[in-house]
Design a protein around this ligand. Structure first.
Ligand code: PHE
Length: 500
């Protein structure tokens, strides 16, 4: 289009009052594309190098059918021509075989109406006149020759040809172009930005700058986008709330060893409590307080047992329990919630709790492990629950998040008995993979809290990352979370839905 701009400027160079009378004709005679020429013109106009006036022109254009008639004659003429002279005529079937049924259908009726053809003996078609004029073709040819000029068609003819879909009226917009206030034969490129160098050298004084364009849309502003994990979390939350679960307050990452381990009947010598597995907090290293009476009962359960258990029979240390850490699981919150439930005013009430939040483990990192991840935790506390309740609840939950095939495998947790690992059938990998852990909380955990004898608590936990990676088809966890995550993917990730 810079070439076309030069063409326009050149055309206006002959004299001060030289002009382009009509861009349409100018484009045709110069072999230019009119739309492109107008584009170049608008750009010149923005710099006041040219000025223009709109011209509107209406004219007739032949449709594809109109062009065909102009070239070969109207259907009625073609039909008339195909009928042999004489009284024998031709049968309709033979005519159709010659011209095709559609043409005969249109042309025959018109011929009968004006008497060009008539019915002969045995229904044959016979010429009604030996010499006819195809005025339709004449008119279209004349119109073509006149370049579609409006006045070359009478109102009556126009109506008829339009009805027969042989012509359409076209409105054409073109321009008369004259020199603008800033006209020059050479177009000088305008500068868009003022630079420090221009200011220092004084060059800005002689530079011609581009005008501001206040109509431009500008660059799209980037908004915030929800991380895929948050999308899946929102959906899990929906599912659990629909199942009657209440969300536990998990907005605290630092926890005491007491709530994270001891309250869960996890012995102080347990390997998970080693710094190799757990991040301990240096400052403050010790928790401020835990309920004193409860601490004593927990100590008693660890050291000597109770409620039919013989305990671990070791020397339980308070300092060990008071060590601060980054919680290794959200079960640290579940223990506090159950303790509250046992000790609330009015006594125990059945409850369904869930949480989805971050936990930390001192793991060696690989494609499926990071030092921090999100845990989905659920528990049901009610009287006389059974293992069947646990299996049923878990099955129902996983079904709602699209994992329809689940299996259970006996496992071990310090705080549950029985314990079961949950396996789900992975549709991509086409094999069973571990997706969670579950169990019934032990009496050694629940009795010290003061929960009634017949209260059972079923619970399960799973990572949020695993189902998210399956849902969004991400194979390396580092692509999902952390500094290597692709922000573009987060931006493009569709909303999460689990259709059931
Ligand atoms: N806390 C367990 C884990 O981190 C999950 C779990 C929760 C297991 C509740 C049993 C009961 O893997």
């Amino acid at each position: 289009s810079s070439d076309l701009a030069a063409v326009v400027l050149q055309a206006l160079s002959a004299s001060t009052d030289s002009c382009i009378e009509d861009t349409w004709e100018f484009a045709i005679s110069g072999g230019h594309d009119h739309a492109a020429l107008v584009g170049a013109l608008m750009s010149l106009q923005a710099d006041a190098m040219t000025a223009s006036e709109v011209r509107q022109a209406s004219f007739w254009e032949l449709t594809a059918e109109g062009k065909e008639v102009a070239a070969y004659g109207s259907p009625e003429y073609q039909v008339w021509k195909a009928v042999p002279a004489g009284d024998a005529g031709i049968s309709k079937a033979d005519l159709e075989a010659q011209l095709g049924a559609p043409l005969v259908k249109i042309g025959m009726g018109a011929c009968m109406k004006v008497g060009w053809l008539k019915k002969g003996p045995q229904g044959a078609l016979v010429k009604g006149s030996d010499d006819v004029r195809d005025t339709t073709q004449d008119k279209l040819r004349a119109l073509e020759a006149a370049g579609g000029a409006l006045e070359s068609l009478s109102a009556e003819d126009a109506k008829e040809l339009k009805r027969r879909k042989m012509v359409t009226q076209i409105m054409r917009k073109s321009f008369k172009v004259t020199r603008g206030a800033q006209y020059a034969l050479e177009r000088k490129k305008k500068t868009a930005d003022l630079t420090r160098e221009m200011l220092e050298s004084g060059e800005w004084k002689t530079t011609s700058f581009k005008e501001y364009n206040f109509n431009t849309l500008g660059a799209p502003t980037g908004g915030g986008y929800l991380h895929p994990l948050l999308k899946v979390r929102a959906e899990f939350r929906n599912v659990l709330m629909q199942m009657g679960f209440e969300e536990m307050p998990t907005n605290r990452w630092v926890e005491s060893s007491f709530w994270n381990f001891d309250a869960l009947f996890q012995p102080q010598s347990h390997p998970a409590r080693d710094a190799h597995d757990t991040f301990f907090v240096k400052d403050p290293a010790q928790a401020v307080s835990v309920p004193a009476d409860y601490l004593k009962v927990v100590q008693e359960m660890h050291e000597n047992g109770g409620s039919g258990s013989i305990g671990y029979r070791y020397k339980w240390k308070r300092e060990e329990a008071m060590k601060n850490l980054l919680r290794t699981h959200t079960t640290a919150i579940s223990s506090q919630m159950l303790y509250k439930l046992a000790n609330q005013e009015g006594g125990f009430q059945p409850k369904r709790y869930f949480s989805i939040d971050r936990v930390f483990r001192n793991e060696s990192m690989d494609a499926t492990h990071l030092c921090e991840f999100h845990q989905v935790e659920g528990l049901v506390a009610d009287r006389n629950l059974s293992l069947g309740d646990l299996i049923g609840t878990i099955k129902f939950f996983f079904e709602r998040i699209g994992i329809t095939q689940v299996r259970f495998k006996p496992a071990y947790n310090p705080y549950t008995e029985p314990s079961m690992e949950i396996f789900g059938y992975h549709p991509d990998l086409k094999r069973w993979t571990e997706i969670g852990n579950s169990g019934m909380f032990r009496p050694e955990m629940l009795r010290p809290m003061g929960l009634p004898e017949d209260v059972r608590v079923i619970a399960w936990g799973l990572s949020l990352e695993r189902p998210t990676m399956i849902k969004y088809r991400i194979s390396n966890i580092r692509e999902l979370f952390g500094h290597k995550a692709d922000l573009g993917r987060t931006k493009r990730a569709p909303i999460c839905r689990f259709d059931i």
